[in-house]
Ligand binder design. Structure first.
Ligand SMILES: [Mg+2]
Length: 377
């Protein structure tokens, strides 16, 4: 079961309609995925989150250190990749490259062992995960309010029990839009907001206080991820739970976030924070601090499947007879790569996601879509 080859692909799709959030506009999707093949002919697929071309270069750099290693030794391989890059890349894109390879190795291990990844992680802690719709991005149009309300209504119609909207257009405008979405979806749907660190502390407090009346599930990345102490101060000044962590890497980054008491919910992205191996360690760390974990996920069916398996196994310290909801981020913004690259990765029905017992991450890769979307060099 030795690693025989590691191939990476940059997938590209031009969006039909561009959209934006508080920082910039998206006009395309560009994602790096990786295929690992063993000498036994088994294949595993992984994905990195972040600038695809740089992740591809990172994967090519890492490949030389791990080709020939036993693919089942996921921790040994992880440590090799980490130690070979630690001196010049303690955080950032090279960790995304490590993550992509690690996710592929877990998929591979599941296929070799004929077990779903959640079983290899320690078992199925819940029968289903509850996806929340990530969408409600801004678009350039003259009827944004109406468009967002229609989109929110559509998510309710699809059976979603929760959704997340973007904020970051300015405090008064955000409060107005959040109010309109709450009115549209009613009080039974959980509504979260995400400013993608658009605000300073004073502004974030003002916005949080302005939207508290709309019963907000969490306020994500209110402030720049650099300001751990300010996150803590914000937590003291609002009843809305504060979420963050999609820009953190490795358990060391999360240790800083958690020990600063910065957030109520941590949001590691499995495809950038160090893969499934490291995400499992981060989850353990979260239980030490008694903080909830909802992974960030914004990629293809590979990333979504990795998140779903991880959440299926996720350990939660607090417990009760009516078991606690475990959310999964389920991006609904336009993404042809997500929709076409994998078959049977995620089955969404009646507001829940159920995972089957197929080995590995449980999807089949659509080779036609891989060919169609791979950027030709
Ligand atoms: Mg976010």
């Amino acid at each position: 079961m030795k690693i025989k080859s590691i191939e990476s692909f940059v997938l590209f799709d031009k969006l039909k309609e561009s959209f934006y959030f508080s920082q910039w506009e998206y006009t395309e999707r560009r994602i790096c995925i990786v295929k690992i093949t063993t000498d036994s002919g088994h294949v595993g697929w992984g994905e990195g989150y972040g600038p695809a071309g740089i992740i591809k270069a990172g994967i090519q750099h890492l490949a030389q250190f791990i080709i020939g290693m036993d693919s089942l030794e996921t921790e040994t391989i992880w440590n090799t990749m980490y130690r070979r890059t630690l001196d010049y890349a303690r955080r950032g894109i090279l960790v995304s490259a490590i993550s992509a390879i690690d996710v592929a190795l877990w998929d591979l291990k599941g296929k070799i062992m004929q077990q779903p990844v959640y079983m290899l992680l320690g078992g199925k802690k819940r029968d289903c995960v509850i996806p929340y719709a990530t969408g409600l991005y801004f678009t350039k149009c003259n009827n944004l309010d109406e468009k967002l309300c229609d989109e929110a209504k559509a998510y309710v119609g699809m059976g979603f029990k929760a959704m997340k909207m973007k904020v970051g257009l300015g405090i008064e405008r955000d409060i107005e839009l959040v109010g309109k979405i709450r009115e549209t979806i009613g009080n039974d749907i959980n509504l979260m907001v995400d400013s993608n660190h658009a605000y300073n502390l004073r502004e974030a407090i003002q916005l949080a206080n302005g939207i508290e009346k709309y019963n907000i599930g969490w306020f994500e990345e209110p402030i720049s991820p650099e300001f751990y102490d300010q996150y803590y101060e914000l937590r003291l000044k609002t009843s809305i739970p504060i979420a963050g962590g999609e820009c953190e890497y490795l358990r060391y980054g999360f240790q800083t976030l958690l020990s600063s008491k910065s957030v109520d919910i941590i949001q590691p992205d499995i495809c950038s924070t160090g893969g499934i191996t490291e995400a499992k360690r981060i989850a353990t760390l979260a239980t030490v601090y008694g903080v909830d974990l909802v992974p960030h996920s914004w990629g293809t069916g590979i990333a979504l499947s990795a998140a779903a398996h991880f959440i299926t196994n996720l350990d939660i310290v607090s417990g009760r007879m009516n078991s606690q909801i475990c959310y999964m981020e389920y991006d609904r913004s336009e993404n042809g790569l997500r929709d076409e690259l994998t078959h049977n990765s995620i089955v969404f029905e009646n507001g829940i996601i159920m995972l089957g017992d197929k080995p590995g991450l449980g999807f089949e890769l659509n080779e036609d879509a891989l060919y169609k979307y791979t950027l030709k060099e």
